[in-house]
Ligand binder design. Structure first.
Ligand code: MRU
Length: 346
C-alpha cells in the first residue's frame, strides 16, 4: 500500500496563484473551499477557524505571505516590504497559542532576507517547502508512533489532529492511520466541546479513509477508562515547552489526569515546528480565550445578561503525565525523566 496515496482530505490547496482553504466550519455537512489571493483574507480565515490545527495554520500563513509578496512586488512598489510587513502583523495577530504560526512566519521572513534572490520565487518556494516537509514529517511520525503503540488494541483521540489540521495525513491521526494498517482495532474520538472538532471533523475524516471510530461525549472518558477499554490516549499539540509540557486543545489535561488514574498511556504527536525551545515550561504559553458566543446559547448574548462564559480553548498538560512525545526527529519516552524534549534540539 502506498501511503502517499492516503494522505487524507486536503485542508489547503495551493494553485500557484491562490490558496484554496477548506471551510472546516461547514463540515461534515458541506465540503466547500474558499479561494484566497490576499494575506488579509487568510489571516481572517485563521481567526474564524475556517482553517485550524497548529501545522495547517502555519502552512496557511506561509502561503499568505507568499501571496502578499506576489501582490506587492508585482505592483512594482518600491516600498513593497512595508506592505508585506502589515500582512506579517495581521497574520501574527490571528491566533496566539500554536507556535507553528510564528515558526512559519519566521521562515518566511528569512526567505525574504536574502539579497540577490527573487523575493516572489523565494517566498513561494519556502511556503511550498513548509507544506511538503509537514506532510513528510507526518508520514514519519505515523510510523514511529505506530511502533510505540505496538500491539495496542484501543486508542482515544481528542480534537482533530488529522489531515485537516496539517499538510496531510495528520499527527495523532497519522499515528492512528499507520497503527490501523498494522491492526489497531478500536478508535474512540472525544466530541471536543465547545467547537466539536472531534464530532464534526475527526470521525468524518477517519470515515473518509474507511476507519471506524466511536464518538464519545467528553464527559464519558473517565468511565470508558474505568471499564478498561483503552490502552492509549493519542493527541496532537499546539506548543511544546522545552521541559516537555504540552499545550493542546482544552480537555487534553483532563484526559491526561484520567489516564494516569486508570493506567492508560498518553502519547503526544507533533512536528519539531511545534516545539518552542524558547519557552522553558508550559507556564510561558499563552492560552487563547475565544468568544463566549462559542459556548453560550443566543439568549444570553445580551449586554445585560447575568450569564457569562469562560472559554479558554487550550490547556497545558505537564510533562510528567505524558508517556511519549513523538516527532519526526525521534521519540522521547517519559519526557519528564529525560529533561523534557531538549535532546531533540540539534
Ligand atoms: O482550536 P484548534 O482546532 O485549532 O485546535 C487544534 C488542536 O488543538 C490540535 O490538537 C493541535 O493543533 C494539533 S493539530 C495537528
Amino acid at each position: 500500500m502506498n501511503v502517499k496515496n492516503e494522505i487524507g482530505v486536503q485542508a489547503l490547496k495551493w494553485t500557484g496563484s491562490s490558496l484554496q482553504v477548506l471551510d472546516q466550519r461547514l463540515l461534515p455537512e458541506q465540503v466547500s473551499y474558499h479561494e484566497y489571493r490576499d494575506a488579509g483574507g487568510i489571516a481572517e480565515a485563521i481567526k474564524v477557524m475556517q482553517v485550524r490545527g497548529a501545522p495547517a495554520i502555519g502552512i496557511a500563513a506561509a502561503y499568505a505571505v507568499a501571496l502578499s509578496v506576489m501582490r506587492h512586488c508585482q505592483d512594482g512598489a518600491a516600498d513593497w516590504r512595508v506592505e508585506v510587513e502589515h500582512d506579517f502583523e495581521a497574520l501574527a495577530a490571528s491566533r496566539p497559542t500554536a507556535v507553528n504560526l510564528f515558526w512559519a512566519l519566521d521562515k518566511m521572513r528569512q526567505a525574504l532576507d536574502y539579497e540577490n534572490v527573487d523575493p516572489v520565487a523565494s517566498a513561494v518556494a519556502t511556503a511550498e517547502q513548509i507544506h511538503d516537509d509537514d506532510l513528510e514529517g507526518n508520514l514519519r511520525m505515523g510510523e514511529l508512533g505506530a511502533e510505540v503503540l505496538g500491539d495496542a488494541n484501543s486508542v482515544m483521540t481528542h480534537c482533530n489532529a488529522g489531515a485537516l489540521a496539517t499538510g496531510g495525513y495528520g499527527t495523532a491521526l497519522g499515528v492512528i492511520r499507520s497503527a490501523h494498517r498494522r491492526g489497531l482495532k478500536r478508535v474512540y474520538a472525544c466530541e471536543t466541546r465547545p467547537w466539536l472538532q472531534g464530532a464534526r471533523l475527526t470521525v468524518w475524516e477517519l470515515a473518509q479513509d474507511g476507519i471506524e471510530a466511536t464518538l464519545i461525549a467528553d464527559s464519558a472518558a473517565a468511565w470508558l477508562m474505568k471499564n478498561g477499554k483503552l490502552d492509549w490516549v493519542v493527541v496532537g499539540a499546539d506548543r511544546i515547552a522545552a521541559n516537555g509540557d504540552v499545550a493542546n486543545k482544552i480537555g487534553t489535561y483532563s484526559l491526561a489526569v484520567l489516564a494516569k488514574q486508570h493506567g492508560v498511556k498518553m502519547m503526544v504527536v507533533a512536528p519539531m515546528s511545534t516545539i518552542d525551545f524558547a519557552i522553558e515550561t508550559g507556564d510561558g504559553i499563552e492560552i487563547e480565550q475565544r468568544n463566549q458566543a462559542e459556548l453560550l446559547p443566543d439568549c444570553y448574548l445580551r449586554e445585560d445578561s447575568l450569564v457569562h462564559a469562560w472559554n479558554p480553548v487550550f490547556d497545558v498538560t505537564p510533562a510528567e503525565l505524558i508517556t511519549a512525545i513523538v516527532t519526526e526527529r525521534g521519540v522521547v519516552m517519559n519526557p519528564a525523566q529525560q529533561g523534557g524534549v531538549r535532546s531533540l534540539k540539534t
